[in-house]
Structure formats: C-alpha cells, structure tokens
Design a protein around this ligand. Structure first.
Ligand code: ZN
Ligand code: ZN
Length: 581
C-alpha cells in the first residue's frame, strides 16, 4: 500500500493557505519533521552557507519505495494527515504534502531513499523530475536541497543575512531536539558542528548539548503535578539570566509550544530573585490530557490554548518557587583559566563565534557565570537545609560591603541590598495583613502637590484610608496627614508616608491593590535601607546578618540584585596560586 495518500480537497485547501516556504529554516523544518515521521532515531542536518547553498538531511528512518518517492513531490500528498480532526490533534507534528512540492518547485533536489531493499534516487529541478535511478539499499533517506530560490530571484532577495538564516535554523533544531531527546540530532554548517545530541532520551543531556555543561551545572530540576497537569523540567539559578525571553521553552506532551502566558508564569515565579527584565533559561515539559488543549490551527504558529490555564500557571509557579526556596542561591565567584571551547550555539553572541574565527587569546578570567572544571558530571545544584550559613563580620569596604567569613571562605554582603531585603519581607507581611492599629502624628504632616497629583490622590484616597492614613484636603493642592498605621518605622514616619503617597500617585492606572502593596513594600524598603557609605558598627553588622538569615529569600534584594556573594577558600587559594592547578 502507498504510504503517501492523497488528502481530501478541503483539507488541502486549508493547508495551502498557510503553507509557504519562506526561508531556509522552513525547509529544514519540513524535512526534519518528515524524518521524524519516518521513525528516524538519527537525523543529521548538514548546511552549506547557512542552508542558502545547500541543505542536506540524512536520516535512518523507514525510507520510501520508488512509487512513494515520486508521489512525495506531487501536491496534496501526505503520509500523515488524513482527516480534518487530525488537524487539531496535538500529536500531529505538522502539515505535509504541500511543503515538499513547494520546496521542490524553487530548488534543485536530490533524493536518495530506501526501505532496505532497492534504493531509489530522484533528481528534480524546479519541481520537475529530471532523473530516476536505483541506488544503494541503505535504509533511510538522504535529501539534498540546493540553490534554494535559484529560479525565483525576487524571493531570493528576501532571504535574510546568513547570520539570521543560521540563527533561525539553530533555534528550530534546538527546540526539535528538546522535543525528541530520544532522537540523535547533528547539525553542521560548513562542516562546523553546531549541535550534537546523544539521543539517549535524557532531557538534561540534550540541554547540555545545546547550552553546554557550564550552564547545566547552574540548573535545577523542577517537578510537580495536580489534577489536570504534570510538569517537569529544568530551570536556571536566578544568577543566570538572558536579556530576552527566547530561552524559556515549554513543551506540551513533548512538543514545543509558544505561549506568552506560560512564559510570564515562569518569569514571574522568579520575582525579586532576579531583575524582572532579565529572563531565565528554562525547559519545562507539560503533560496533559490532549482534550484539555487546543492547538492553534495556523500551521506556522506553535501557539496553544489550555482549557484550565490557571491551574497550569499555578502549578508551574509553585513548582519553581518551591525549588528556589530550598536551594542555596549565593553566587560563587569562580576562577576560570581558559575560555570554553565546546559551547555550542545558542545566543546570538555564541553564533558570532561560529561565523567568525575564535579569539585566540586565553587569559584567566574571574567570572561568576561560567565554570569549567573539566569533569563532565551532570550533578545539579544542591538543595539546602538552611538558607544562609553562619557568617562572622570583619569590617566593611568602601562603606558598602560587609566582609564576612566562615570555614567555607569569604563572603561579601551589600549592606544596602541586604537591609532592603529585610525591610521588604517585613513590610510585605505588614501590608498583606493590615492591622487597623493606627497612631496619630505628633505634628500633622502637610504635603504640597501639583494640581494633577492632587487630583489623582483624591481619586485614590480610599487606598490610603484603608491603610490607616487620616488624610484631608488642606488648602489649594495640599493635603494634611494626621494618622498613620502603627507599623511605620519610628523616626522614619515622614519618609515612609511621602514614599507611599508618591507610589499612589505613580500607580494611577488600573489600580491593583496587590501590585500596589508590592510596590510600596519595595519603595519603602529601599528608602529606609542603609545607604552606601553609612558606616555601621560591628554589632549592627551582626544584627543585619541575623535578620538576613531569617529572610525567606536572603539572596537578593527586592529588585533581584544579589545581597551576598561567596569566595570559597578553594577559589581564594587558586587566585593566589596556593594550589597547583
Ligand atoms: Zn535600593
Ligand atoms: Zn534593590
């Protein structure tokens, strides 16, 4: 029986609307997905000039008989989608038929394929079959697409730079490799290996092949389940972030999907552990009953709709928060002797390295991001019993950093950031369960505002009343504050009141009390923290450290910046060359 069947007309038209071969990456995508459908366990993608000259895919899949091989290039041929319902099935990889015919029409193709018996070789040019011969019987398919768009110069012009083409191919292959850790993927460009996964089915090993061992060592495992969903995967420590969202990867039942809400849930779970505009690297698998999801029917989009979204974001959020809470998150300063050489492409920065010659200098680098230790174990970060170890302060440097020590080495604490964290957790708790206890100011405080500030404040007066402030108008564009909640810090009442009022004024749009409280907590904790160059006594240092140790998250200030860093004894010895290394 023919493996490639003819689809019904209706479905074909539906697909035709969206299916266009635009770029090298869309060709790679179609061909790789065909190889996956053919049951391949090894797929090699060889590019010349980022695929603009040649794209060659070698697989060990089922291969095709001659009849199927010829049929594969006719329009509306498919081996996969047969009914309209299939279009909505999450397990269906993509759309078939149109694509191969479209690719063939704008390139030169050489197809060698065999089911293990006699091999078939088909050559096409601009979609026309030039030659059909027999070839060797190696099971699988080798398809070579050369000179893409050679016969459509107008389209060729739209091709982006080699850099962009390669970057989108890499990004696609990385994602498909993450979706199929049990398939070995090799990607090369002009003979340089960009990705080489082992196909053993181990997700972490696939992540390692993509991001490198150094990054994997800074990842933590997350796991969780509820009535509707099951999640598991790996996320980076808060100290390792990227400036774009591209490295938060979510898979649903093993397929990469794009969903802004999921990304937001992942990123928000790190709130105050890292700056909000820096993003983690995360690979998270979501297992769900396929009837709970609805794939966007547009074939080029990977978006998806979940019928119980809240239940899912809640699960992701608690899974991440739980693991952050139980992991020691003090960034370690580590000495690196050489530049890493085996980090494969991921960020655009790394891509530059692939397209341009490697720098040849090698200098010792002090770096708190990457470590090279030589050994290749995939031990992840330890989980902890306690948040911070005992620390003994020695003094301050630059009036800002407390120098501390214990048997594990030296620690530096940023006194402003540390106090800010302590304040933040305190005020957040106070604001979260407001006691109605209020107290009168000895001298009522008058605050002058501009006309528009005054109007905004008047509109949001209830917020302040609910917090325990007695506020009334006092002349033109001025207010008078007579009482305040009792938890405002002694001697800093005025500072705190001014900061809170400022926050109300800035927060006019879409008022949300929870977000407002969060902002108030952050603002007053910064305002009331110790400044840099405020010299504090040894006793005050000890108190500060103790208070920090009692925090839920002692590692970062509410803005996500580190409060503490660690120089281990070993690293100090390395820096001073006291150890042979
Ligand atoms: Zn601050
Ligand atoms: Zn801060």
């Amino acid at each position: 029986m023919n493996k490639i069947k003819i689809m019904d007309e209706l479905l074909a038209n539906k697909i035709a609307a969206g299916e266009v071969v635009e770029r090298c990456a869309s060709v790679v995508k179609e061909l790789v997905e065909n190889s996956i459908d053919a049951g391949s366990t090894e797929i090699k993608i060889e590019l010349i000039e980022a695929g603009t000259k040649e794209i060659k895919i070698i697989d060990n899949g089922s291969g095709m008989e001659e009849k199927d091989a010829l049929m594969a290039f006719s329009r509306h041929a498919t081996s996969k989608l047969m009914t309209d319902d299939d279009l909505y099935n999450i397990n269906t990889l993509g759309f078939r038929g149109e694509a191969l015919a479209s690719i063939a029409s704008v390139s030169r193709i050489n197809l060698k394929t065999s089911t293990g018996n006699i091999g078939t070789i088909v050559s096409l040019e601009g979609g026309k079959i030039i030659e059909v011969t027999t070839g060797d019987a190696r099971k699988g398919t080798i398809i070579t697409v050369s000179d893409l768009f050679y016969n459509t110069p107008a389209r060729l012009k739209y091709m982006k730079s080699l850099y962009t083409e390669l970057s989108s191919i890499t990004s696609f292959v990385n994602k498909i490799a993450l979706s199929h850790p049990n398939i070995k993927f090799v990607l090369t460009n002009n003979g340089n290996v960009l990705l080489n996964t082992d196909g053993t089915g181990d997700l972490l090993k696939t992540i390692k092949a993509i991001y490198g061992i150094d990054l994997v060592k800074k990842m933590i495992k997350i796991e969780g389940s509820n009535a509707d969903y099951e999640v598991y995967g790996y996320i980076t420590l808060p100290e390792v972030t990227r400036s774009n969202r591209n490295h938060m990867i979510t898979l649903v039942n093993g397929r990469v999907v794009k969903n802004a809400e999921l990304n937001k849930a992942i990123n928000d779970s790190y709130h105050t552990y890292k700056p909000d505009n820096q993003y983690p690297i995360a690979v998270i698998n979501i297992n769900v009953d396929p009837t709970l999801v609805d794939v966007n029917i547009h074939p080029t989009k990977q978006d998806i709709k979940f019928s119980k979204m809240n239940s899912l974001t809640e699960l992701i959020s608690t899974s991440i928060k739980d693991v952050l809470k139980t992991t020691i998150l003090i960034p370690k300063i580590e000495v690196r002797e050489t530049l890493p050489t085996n980090n494969y492409v991921q960020s655009s920065l790394d891509l530059n390295r692939v397209l341009e010659p490697e720098p040849t200098y090698k200098a010792p680098i002090i770096n708190n991001d990457l470590i090279v230790t030589g050994e290749e174990s995939l031990d992840l970060v330890d989980t902890k019993q306690e948040t911070l170890p005992e620390l003994y302060p020695i003094g301050t440097v630059h009036g800002t950093y407390l120098v501390c020590q214990n048997e594990l080495g030296m620690y530096l604490i940023d006194q402003h950031a540390a106090k800010e964290r302590i304040n933040y957790e305190l005020y957040k708790a106070k604001l979260g369960s407001p006691k109605k206890e209020i107290t009168a100011l000895l001298f009522p405080l008058t605050i002058e505002l501009t006309q528009d500030e005054f109007i905004i404040l008047k509109e949001n007066k209830d917020v302040l009343l609910n917090m325990g402030f007695d506020i009334s108008e006092f002349g033109l564009n001025s207010i008078i504050v007579k009482t305040h909640p009792i938890w405002l810090p002694k001697n800093y009442e005025e500072k705190a009141i001014r900061k809170i009022i400022e926050t109300v004024i800035q927060h006019e749009k879409n008022f949300d009390i929870e977000k407002f409280n969060e902002k108030v907590a952050i603002n007053i904790s910064c305002k009331l923290s110790i400044k840099a160059n405020d010299n504090i006594t040894l006793m005050e240092m000890e108190n500060l450290i103790n208070d920090l140790r009692n925090c839920q998250n002692p590692y970062t200030c509410p803005h996500g910046r580190p409060t503490i860093i660690h120089y281990s004894k070993y690293e100090l010895e390395k820096l001073f060359r006291r150890t042979g290394f």
